[in-house]
Design a protein around this ligand. Sequence first.
Ligand code: ASP
Length: 332
Amino acid sequence: MTMPNDPAQTWAIAVHGGAGTIERAQLRPEQEAAYRAALTRVVETGAAVLEQGGSALDAVEAAIHLLEEDPLFNSGRGAVFTAEGRIELDASIMDGATLAAGAVAGVTRTRSPLSLARAVMERSPHVMMVGAGADAFSVSQGLEQVEPSYFATQRRWRSLENFLKAHDLPVPAKPGGLDRPDPAKGLAHDEGKHGTVGVVALDTAGNVAAGTSTGGTTGKQWGRVGDSPIIGAGTYASNGACAVSATGSGEYFIRLTVARDIAALVELKGMSLQAAADEVVQNKLTALGGDGGIIAVAPDGQLAWSFNTSGMYRGRASAGGPVSVGIYKDET
Ligand code: ASP
């Protein structure tokens, strides 16, 4: 039987699928339903791992796999294009029990960048790998490889064309993969820039973990890397504080070390998780001019989210409670 107040029996999970300009008037009922169904399935998948006594790391990985496979979200299949018409994926994961962490940036062929980040953490002496080296490490570890065209979707190509035209930049030749029907079948909503995915979890052993996976931002140039694979910016986890995953304008999240800052407020100032999240997102991030949001979980089972955009795709559940998902700001 689950006893919500017994730390040894408590588990909790929160997921996000990106924050941005997401308003009721913009989403058709079937689009909204598709996102809610996807988020529910992701929360349920992670929750099932935790309910069965699985680790927070395994719950994070299982839940992010679904998001990476789902073309509604900007990670894995359905990720955004760079200005050169490529898809360069970033991901990271952190184990709150040991402070072990792994991250990859600019990878192009690994089906699950999140699993590659986990392989960096568990099977290499390093924390972060980039580009061709990370792709080669992935092959050496036997992770599933796909053609870059696997990740491509028509709607992300249209977003790139619009972005490049608006910025007077040349539109590159179309890459492969765009001739097949769009797997999102008109259900995807253009959330603007931020469709990154992330999961935080607390397992019944009392350990927290966080993971984040993204294509970055549409039209990114020159090997640009955002906050998602930066430990302390887009992802952080410590059993001494909390686990955090972020989505938003990465340049601002890096400068504020958003994820670590929230953890520091919890750890050093004794703030509640929600108060710490709001202080960093609503006050510091907003003051600096950044936009986006975070999800977080603490070892005592507190869950929090905070975003300064009109919406964030999100969901959560904890032991003994229902799954709840939200999109717009006015939902709890
Ligand atoms: N934070 C991501 C980045 O800057 C983008 C996003 O959240 O969608 O790469």
